[in-house]
Design a protein around this ligand. Structure first.
Ligand SMILES: Cc1cc2nc3c(=O)[nH]c(=O)nc-3n(C[C@H](O)[C@H](O)[C@H](O)COP(=O)(O)OP(=O)(O)OC[C@H]3O[C@@H](n4cnc5c(N)ncnc54)[C@H](O)[C@@H]3O)c2cc1C
Length: 463
């Protein structure tokens, strides 16, 4: 059992608000709780907090922000909620989606204003699934920058952080009131700590091979490109407490992880006109539908790989992203002056690749319709010099988790809320519906930052 009876607890010390996990959700939760006046302790299993957040591109969606208004972009929470629901095929909680969309601009402005995160609107391209440009990112578009700013803000605010502290057990009353937790230190010693409110910000189970095999068996050939500390504890504790768990098979995949280099080639390269071909030199899907579902399309190809093909214009556009610059430095990005040369670099049949590129050019000119349904019109034709990256399908993080309400309170099966238990980010059920096809860019950090902030604010004011 990883939830122990409260009566067995002998707490060494106690804090009003405890947070499990120091990723984006945990740091936002800790900051918000501290800003609301509560003493807070964030416990992190790693020696230095990185989390999935630190590996991410760090793009956070916000609908109706001042950054959007400054660029003349009209947006609203209702429009954002419609986009999220459409992508999830309405198979998620519409009330929660609207509530998150309504809070999203406040979160972005809070991060930029009160937490010192240098966020600007990403206006160089539109992510698929979003009606308008609403992603906000740090200067180099990295989650590492986001984490650095959040950690600084936590220090300034006086939110305490204990690293090398893996939470192994919770203590709870029969009615589900959490009274504390046990954490394990690297030398195997344990400490028991009391708390008046607990926020689970320890993400999902993508780093737990057994759970992935059980709940998302389709990913058996996928590479894991997420944080290994995501071991699924929130779900295990939730089950023991009788919490409702939803969308366990949902996840953020990616169809463009540079094979052998471990660097994601981000989706703007596709959305602005790039394509993917398999080892036969042929396209195999509408690549523009979404990078998450494209993971399975790539994994279904020979040797579970594809080659992302694009040109100089897109190569230059991608320089906005630190990941892409790293991919160049690592040698993952290959350049060729002709399709034949590109084919040789990747071991593709030259004739087939030339045909594919000619077909794509015809689709771009609007002379034919794509058998996969993609609309190529409105963008320049791809042209020499050519670029390519060999990629595979990857799992980034899981989206299923504890069912929460619009204030991030964890719910029981009967819909009632636990008295002092909160969850956000990858620990909570996301807004992507039950499967791989519901994830659009930003869904991860939307729930990490906004649920985190709401959980912190609410936990700080519990009676
Ligand atoms: C390459 C990549 C790019 C991405 N880009 C974006 C993007 O641009 N926009 C977007 O919205 N989403 C993006 N995502 C998804 C996004 O990063 C995640 O949804 C988000 O970071 C989850 O935040 P979190 O705080 O819930 O989890 P995490 O950031 O993973 O933090 C959880 C923390 O909890 C700790 N922990 C776990 N268990 C315990 C325990 N028992 N005790 C103590 N500590 C524990 C972990 O070590 C970790 O530090 C991306 C993901 C990847 C992999």
């Amino acid at each position: 059992m990883s939830v122990l009876p409260a009566r067995e607890a002998r707490f060494d010390w106690s804090v009003p608000v405890a947070v499990v996990g120091a990723g984006g959700c945990g740091l936002c939760a800790g900051l918000a709780a501290r800003q609301a006046g509560a003493e807070v302790l964030i416990l992190e299993r790693d020696a230095a907090p990185i989390g999935t957040t630190g590996m991410s591109t760090g793009l956070i969606p916000g609908a109706g922000t001042r950054m959007q208004r400054d660029k003349g972009i009209e947006d609203s929470p209702e429009l954002f909620a419609e986009d999220l629901l459409a992508k999830a095929k309405h198979q998620t909680d519409a009330d929660v989606v609207l509530a998150l969309a309504r809070e999203s601009a406040r979160t972005v402005e809070w991060l930029a204003g009160e937490c010192g995160v240098a966020l600007s609107l990403v206006d160089s391209f539109l992510y698929s699934g979003h009606s308008v440009k609403r992603m906000h990112g740090s200067p180099n578009r990295t989650g590492a920058e986001l984490m650095g700013s959040l950690l600084d803000a936590c220090t300034d605010a006086g939110a305490d952080l204990l690293t090398d502290a893996r939470v192994s057990h919770l203590f709870a009353d029969a009615d589900g009131r959490i009274s504390g937790l046990r954490c394990v230190r690297p030398d195997g010693s344990t400490e028991d700590l009391g708390c008046e409110a607990l926020i689970l910000a320890c993400c999902g189970f993508a780093g737990n091979q057994d759970m992935v095999a059980e709940y998302i068996p389709e990913l058996r050939h996928a590479e894991f490109f997420g944080h290994p500390g995501n071991q699924g504890e929130a779900i295990r504790w939730g089950r023991e407490l009788g919490a409702a768990i939803a969308d366990i098979g949902s996840y953020q995949g990616h169809g463009g992880l540079a094979k052998g280099y471990g660097v994601p080639i981000l989706w703007p390269v596709i959305l602005e006109g790039g394509i993917q071909v398999n080892l036969e030199g042929r396209r195999f899907s509408d690549e523009s539908i979404g990078y998450s579902e494209q993971a399975m399309e790539v994994l279904a190809q020979p040797e579970h790989v594809a080659v992302t093909v694009y040109d100089q214009r897109l190569h230059e556009l991608m320089h906005e992203f630190n990941d892409y610059r790293e991919a160049i430095t690592a040698g993952a990005v290959r350049e060729a002056s002709t399709p034949g040369e590109l084919a040789e670099l990747f071991g593709l049949p030259a004739g087939a690749l030339e045909e594919t590129l000619a077909e794509t050019a015809a689709l771009t000119r609007g002379e034919a319709s794509d058998p996969f349904g993609r609309d190529f019109t409105g963008r320049p034709e791809l042209a020499a010099p050519w670029y390519g990256v060999r990629v595979t399908g990857a799992l980034f993080h899981t989206q299923g988790g504890l069912r929460v309400d619009a204030r991030a309170r964890v719910l029981r099966e009967d819909g009632s809320a636990f008295p002092n238990l909160f969850a956000g980010g990858g620990a909570a059920r996301g807004v992507s519906g039950p499967s791989r096809w519901g994830y659009i860019a930003g869904n991860g950090l939307l729930t990490a930052t906004t649920y985190g902030r709401l959980a912190g604010e609410t936990a700080a004011t519990l009676p």
